[in-house]
Design a protein. Structure first.
Length: 161
């Protein structure tokens, strides 16, 4: 059995469960769901092939409320500035030294960090990610470090349990 087969089966099953939760269970929707889950599985194996990093399911579920809260705060912050344009801002750039080299893990972190209120990743080099911030007086670097630590708890080397 190839190492990718168990990963494909688990991903396919999860996509099918997700499909069923969204659409419901009936024979016709299950047939379409199997086809959709197969396509999603194939795309996911191409975009995120099995490797030494694996996702820990329980910490991922525990990260969900944090992710939703950050999304809510970011939306609130944007709305607050849109409706109160006199709020003082000091827009600018901060360079964050990521613990991860360029690649999928760093991209995942930058995507999640973009949900922090007033931050947007806009460039990178071997050591740093450049973020545009609405207010550089805020503790941006500390918030980014917190987000990176939270994501690190979700990912584990394949030798970890």
């Amino acid at each position: 059995m190839s190492p990718a087969l168990p990963t494909a089966l688990v991903r396919g099953a999860l996509f099918l469960v997700f499909w069923s939760a969204l659409i419901g269970l009936s024979v016709s929707s299950l047939i379409v769901g199997i086809v959709a889950a197969a396509g999603a599985t194939r795309a996911s194996l191409y975009l995120l092939p099995p490797g030494p990093q694996r996702v820990r399911l329980l910490p991922l579920v525990a990260l969900l409320p944090r992710f939703l809260w950050q999304s809510l705060l970011a939306g609130w912050e944007v709305a607050r500035h849109a409706f109160a344009p006199r709020l003082t801002l000091r827009p600018g750039f901060v360079a964050y030294q990521s613990a991860h080299p360029p690649g999928r893990l760093r991209n995942t972190f930058a995507t999640i960090a973009s949900l922090l209120p007033g931050t947007l990743p806009c460039g990178e080099n071997e050591r740093e990610i450049l973020f545009h911030c609405l207010d550089v007086d805020q503790p941006i670097l500390e918030q980014l470090a917190d987000e990176e630590r939270a994501l690190a708890r979700v990912l584990a080397d394949s030798g970890d349990v």
